[in-house]
Design a protein around this ligand. Sequence first.
Ligand code: CAO
Length: 460
Amino acid sequence: MSVTVIVPDIGGAEGAEVVEIFVAVGDVIEVEQSLIVVESDKASMEIPATVAGKVIELRVALGDALSEGDAVLVVETEAAEAPSEDEANSADESANPAVAVETHSAEGAAKEESQDASDVASKTLEPTDTQTVVEQSASAISSSVPSGPAASKNAAQTKTDADVYAGPAVRKLAREFGIDLLEVVGSGRRGRILKEDLQAFTRENLRKSSNAATGTAVPLVPEVDFSQFGEVTIEQRSRLDQMTATNMSRSWLNVPHVTQFEGADITDLEDFRKSMKQEAERLGNKLTPMPFVLKACAVALAAHPKMKSSLAAAGKELVYKQYCHIGMAVDTPAGLVVPVIRDVDKKGIWQLAEEIRDMAGRAREKKLTPAQMQGGVFTISSLGGIGGEGFTPIVNTPEVAILGLSRAEIKPVWDGESFQPRQVLPLSLSYDHRVVNGGDAGRFLTDLAALLSDVRRIIL
Ligand code: CAO
């Protein structure tokens, strides 16, 4: 019996690009084995197998744009007959609940060949951690990314107009407006270009020419052929890295940044933390300064709610959030990812320590779901385990502030009579000066440093 594995619900992402293929025709695969990785604007997700068997057909190629329901590959299984819907349900739930499966008879297969993948009837269950594996950038890297990746554009340049996936009405409209469809990134199923894509393309071009006319356009950095100076190698950047770059630029260009510095005396905190080391080991946990900083931030944010607000209605309104989900930048081989720790204000230090390890692990193994990277009100970026005296983090817009942590060091601190060796944690708070004034930031950071200097204040 042959079974087609199709793309499950991938968090609503349309046209996610195939960036890795782990299997080939003839391979024998196991249930839950990773088949391919797709990258959307928000995340990269591994699609695992739901059935075991031999791959007899690969339906995808690198660069393909996939959406829910698209076929990935066909597997020859040893099962005698197709499972009933109930069987398929229970198998999916116990093995890997996220992948939809379609079974074929020999005659049906030929018929299905001629069908568009979107017509294929499928059954899709909710995504889970084992299916939706995510590498992601700052939570700001999300909805407002206007079009597809630069990589798609590059690929488009090598195509002809006939290779473009668009309907006759869209082609006619493009001809009427003189739009080169090769330059348009399709947001529809399998990268299909929709009327809305033409509108967005035209709007963007109008905006660019109007900026150029008024002199407000950002001058482009000219391309340099470095090979004229010596040998070079060129690496294709991951979609995640490209999206991070776009979002960093967006934040940097839209947000007037100011960074304020402070040193928190964490000598007592460190004494306490080290005294808890054995207990942490007994609990199978690990205590770094991070959970204490998270908790102290939650307390300081509650006292300074503007620091976790966001601008709305084109700057006329400020949204105050009554919840406290905090993003934590995680350095992964695939790029920068920001999982969000929920309800930090309601959790204790042990639980936060556990969640930090769990989220960092998931981020590095690409096992975060999109939901685990959304909803942050404030971000912490810790380079304390890596080193450095200080840095100026970029605000994870639409949040209005981000805290950078650098490496704590013993420093001589004057106590009024003599210098004392104290462990000082360098804090750097970058903020959106459209919302946060220097006074707001100064008061917040001073309170935060005081909380970290005497963590008993956290429970007051
Ligand atoms: N000063 C001194 N030591 C510190 C420290 C600090 N500020 N912060 C952490 N450390 C120590 C820890 O105690 C630990 O030491 P031990 O193993 O001896 O206890 C060691 O450094 C490593 O800690 P860690 O980095 O593994 O754990 P963490 O809880 O501090 O941080 C995480 C977790 C996920 C934030 C971190 O691993 C990480 O990925 N940091 C990078 C974030 C980043 O890239 N930011 C930049 C984004 S903008 O490009």
